[in-house]
Design a protein around this ligand. Structure first.
Ligand SMILES: [Zn+2]
Length: 68
């Protein structure tokens, strides 16, 4: 898992994953989409609460961190 400090450098977005479960995704640097490719929807007015993180985003994020 990425460290908290590493995660704080990226914006997170809470949305449904491919199975419809709410998870925290990691956004790309331009904040237009997620690392796992789920389309980011503008739900900024809604507050979601989940403890789950998107596995695909975490994996991709970890690869990016390790490569840098
Ligand atoms: Zn994701």
């Amino acid at each position: 898992m990425p460290t908290r400090r590493e995660l704080e450098m990226h914006e997170m977005w809470c949305g449904a994953d491919t199975s419809g479960e709410l998870v925290w995704h990691v956004l790309t640097s331009d904040k237009s989409s997620t690392l796992c490719g789920v389309e980011k929807q503008d739900e900024s007015t809604r507050r979601h609460v989940t403890d789950r993180h998107c596995f695909s985003c975490m994996k991709t994020f970890q690869d990016v961190v390790e490569a840098s």
